[in-house]
Design a protein around this ligand. Sequence first.
Ligand code: FO1
Length: 326
Amino acid sequence: MSAIDPNGERWLAICGGIGGAKLALGLSRILPPENLTIVVNTGDDFRHFGLHVSPDVDTVLYTLAGLSNTELGWGLAGETWTFMEQVERLGGPSWFRLGDRDLATHAVRTAMLANGSSLTDVTRHLATRLGIGPSVIPMCDAPVATVVDSDEGTLAFQTYFVGRRAEPRIRAIRFDGATTASPSPEAIAALEDPRLAGIVICPSNPWLSIDPLLAVPGWRMRLEQRRVPCVAVTPLIGGEAVKGPTAKIMGELGLPLDVAEIVSHYRGLLDGFVLDAVDAARAPALPLPTVVTNTLMRTLDDRIELAKATLAFCRTLPADGLERTR
Ligand code: FO1
C-alpha cells in the first residue's frame, strides 16, 4: 500500500474487459480495499447451458484474485477442460469454452440468482469467497445485452465476439434493456459518497465495454452531473488498440483511429484524459486537460504506475466536476 491515499478518499473505476481489469488491478494495489469501487460492464453477459455467464465481471474478479489465465486473457489459470471434452463427446456446443473451475462460478451464480439474489449480491459473494478486498459491482442488476448489427445480421455479443471472432463488420451496436435498467443501489451509494474523490474510466473498448453502462439513463445522467473529476485512460496507443477489436470497430463505424475520437465519444463525461507517450503530440489538439504517461500495461508495475499517474492527475483537476474545455 503506498501513501497515495490520505483521508480515506473513495475512488470509482468503470471497466469492461481485459484492459479495464488490468488498471483495476493497479488501482487495487495502491488504494485501501474499502476506498475502491469497481463497476463492471454486464452487456457481455449471456446464458449458456442455462447458466448465467458474466465474462467481464469474472475477468475482474479473477484478475483481482490473482487467478486469471494471462495467456487466454479470460478464465482461470491452470484450468482443466474435462467438462468441455465431455460436451464435445455428447455433441453439445463447444464454441464458448467453459473450464471446469470457471464452470463452478457460473453454476454458483446461476443458483444464487435462482434463489432470488441480485447480480450485485452474487458478485459481492464471489468476491468475498475469492478474498477480493475492493467492491466489485455490476453496472446494473437488470439485464442489459449488447447486440451487434453487422454485415452478417444481428448477432448477440458472444456470438459476434467469440463465435465469429469479431470478424463481422459492425454497422451499429445496441444495448437491449438499457433504457429500463438503472444503476444498482450500491452503485448510486458509491457515486454519492461524500468521500468520493474521482471517477476513472478504464482503458476498455468504449463502444463495446463502456457504452452499455452509458446507455443506462441513470448512469449517464449521474456521470454528467458528477461533482468530482472524471478521467478516462486511453484505449488507443498510436491509433492501435492494445488488445481486442477497438481499432477495427472504429474503422467500421467510420471513425478516425485517433485519441480525439475517444475524447469526443465521452463528450460531457470527462474532465481529463490520460494519453500514452506515443500520442503526446496530440495533447494540444484535445479539448481538455491531459496527462502523458506509459499506458501500455505489460507488467504489474506498469499497472500500478498507471494507476498512480491516473489518480495523481485526477486530483489536479477542478473538484467541482464542471467540464472545462481548453
Ligand atoms: N473468449 C473467447 O475468445 N473464447 C472463449 O471460448 C471464451 C470463453 C469464456 C468463458 C468465460 C468467460 O468469462 C469469458 C470467456 N471468453 C472467451 C472471453 C469473453 O468473451 C470476453 O472476456 C468478454 O466477453 C469481452 O471482454
